[in-house]
Every structure is written in structure tokens, then in C-alpha cells.
Design a protein around this ligand. Sequence first.
Ligand SMILES: N[C@@H](CCC(=O)N[C@@H](CS)C(=O)NCC(=O)O)C(=O)O
Length: 230
Amino acid sequence: MEEAKAVKLYGMWASSFCMRIEMALKLKGIPYEYVEEDLGNKSQLLLQYNPVHKMVPVLVHDGRSIAESVVILEYIEDTWKDPPFLLPHDPYMRARVRFWAQFSDHALVDHSRAILKFKGEQQQAAIAEFRENLRILEEGIEKEFSGGKPFFNGKTPGLLDLVIGASSCWHKVLDEIAGVKLITRENNPIVCSWLDAFWDLDVVKATFPDHGRLTAYARRVRENALAMSP
Ligand SMILES: N[C@@H](CCC(=O)N[C@@H](CS)C(=O)NCC(=O)O)C(=O)O
């Protein structure tokens, strides 16, 4: 109980950035307390813990806060040193994991947001960019992590698996909203077979929100965004 008090995660149920952290904590077996934030009415504590970005996730460990999901994942790995490991031991391969995690956040997540919030030509352009970046990612990780099976990290998922994998619950929602199939077995065989293994993990099943609830939430976000666009 004392230990559970030591780690708190400030999150929001629909945020895949927060899901990454929940999955990492569960994988590592770290007890934590989850605090749901209302992003429309952020708590004073969230503003105090993340004054720069004012975003979730924030991890608070023994009263000290850490923001930015990838920074938090690295902190978890550096602090709880027992297996399963989230990063490879070799410094070069660790750097490659960080590179692709950063690429994925910019090249996939940013375009996912655009697919959700735009329509017409802008949405079509975001879909095309997403697909092209997924192709680049698939080619890159196949070359660099082909030894890693079934995960990029090997037998157990690591930082890169969590970063790319947590977003995948949103890809299914975007398929429905945009009437497309962003990831297909035909175009993305490597990503698809890796996703099969990822979705099969108990920690993933226990963390991903209900698809219907997430889709309803996404439709509301989209309606608001479209209502505000000129
Ligand atoms: N780069 C950040 C992104 C986190 C992020 O975008 N959080 C969103 C929820 S998905 C948020 O807190 N948004 C509130 C806001 O923008 O005011 C990370 O990796 O942690």
C-alpha cells in the first residue's frame, strides 16, 4: 500500500500517450494509483506538475513529477531495473529505438490527429501522409529490429512497441470515422503480424478502452473541431 502511494499517474482514459505509461507500469509490475484528469477543467495539481505543457500523462514518483510520455517510459526503465526491459542494452540500439519512437510520434500521431479533425482534401492529404510514413516506419523497423520477435523489443514488448502499439486503438477508430483502412495486411504485413501479438497481450487487453466508447468520444472531438474550423 505504501508503495502504491509512491507512484501516481495523472492521465485521461482516451489518451494513447497515457496508455503507454499504464502498459509499462503493468508490464514492470509497478503498483500505481491512477488519477483521471478532466482536460476541459484541468486540476491545479496537473498544472503544478506539468506547468510547461499542461498535458497528461504525468507520473509522480515520491512527490516528484515527470512529464512527456517517452521521458516517463525512460524514467521507468532507469528506475525499476528488473526485467522485463523496455530498452535494449546496447547504446546504439537504444538510440535507434528512440529515433523510431520520435518518428512515430511526429509522423503517425500528428497525421492521425489531422485525420480526426479535418475533412475533404486536408483529411485525404493526412491519410496519404500517414500511409507513406507507416511504409517508411515498417521498412525501417524491419531492417533494424528483424531479430526481435514477436515484438520489436524481442520476446517482451519494449518502449517502441508501447509507443507505436498504444496508438493502434485509435487507428481502428479513425478507420471508422474516415471510412478507410489505414493499416492493411496487404500493405503492412509486418506491422499487422506484430499488432496481432501486441493486441493479444493481457496488459494491452486490460488497458485499451472499449472501442465503442472511444469511437463515440472521437466523434465528439471531431464535431467540435469541425465546428471551430473556418
Ligand atoms: N508529447 C506529449 C503529448 C501528450 C498529449 O498530447 N496529451 C494530450 C492528451 S492525448 C493532452 O494532455 N492534451 C491537453 C491539452 O492539450 O490541453 C507526450 O508524449 O506526453
